[in-house]
Structure formats: C-alpha cells, structure tokens
Write a protein that binds this ligand. Structure first.
Ligand SMILES: [Zn+2]
Length: 119
C-alpha cells in the first residue's frame, strides 16, 4: 500500500506535468490548456495538497484559463492603501487580488485553501 507522502509526491509530479502541458498548449489551444489546468486542480484536491504558487498566480480559479500576460489577462498594480496586484481574466471576467507583502499574502493563500478544500 502506498503511503500518504508517496501519493502527495506523485500528485505533485502530475500537477507539474499538466501545468507544463497547459503552458505549451495555451498559445494554440487555450481550451485544451484549461482542461489540463482543471485536471491538475482536481489532482491537488484529491491528494489534499496545495497548488504551487506559480500555478495559482497564472491560472483563473473561475474558468481554469491559463493566463498569458497581455493576451487573456490584465495585470494592474495598485498602490493605494496596501500595494497589491489585481489580475483580471479576460476570458470570464473573474479577478484575483493579492498583496505584495509577504505576511498578508500568506493570509490570502490560507483563505484560498479554505475555498479550494474538497467538499
Ligand atoms: Zn477566467
């Protein structure tokens, strides 16, 4: 029987592969790229692991689109109050905000995990 840490390790590898595939596919076939992103998300949920930061920053949580800067997403850096970044998905209009300060960013990530936890 496989140990829990083995399962997580395999899940991480598969997520890496799928994310890589999504990046390769996105320019020619964004729909297929979104399928890869969705599969990676499912694997992470099933294995109960966090998606890599890069993955969370570069994909849309709403429609699973892989962000390609200047093409299907808009990135704005706001300096008001706390410096933060707003990423808008031009595919579905969903936007994500994250703080640039480390402490705050950690809190947001934990929040995201709550939302992504399997039902
Ligand atoms: Zn979207």
């Amino acid at each position: 029987m496989m140990s829990q840490s083995n399962i997580k390790q395999i899940a991480r590898q598969r997520i890496d592969i799928l994310f890589g595939q999504a990046k390769k596919t996105a320019p020619s076939n964004p729909t297929l790229a979104a399928v890869y992103v969705e599969s990676a998300r499912r694997i992470a949920m099933a294995a109960r692991i966090r998606l890599p930061l890069e993955f969370r920053r570069e994909t849309c949580r709403e429609c699973n689109a892989l962000f390609r800067y200047g093409i299907n997403c808009r990135v704005r850096v706001k300096q008001k109050r706390e410096p933060h970044v707003v990423v808008t998905c031009l595919n579905c209009g969903h936007y994500t905000r994250y703080m640039l300060r480390k402490k705050v960013r950690k809190a947001i990530d934990q929040d995201n995990d709550k939302n992504e936890a399997p039902c």
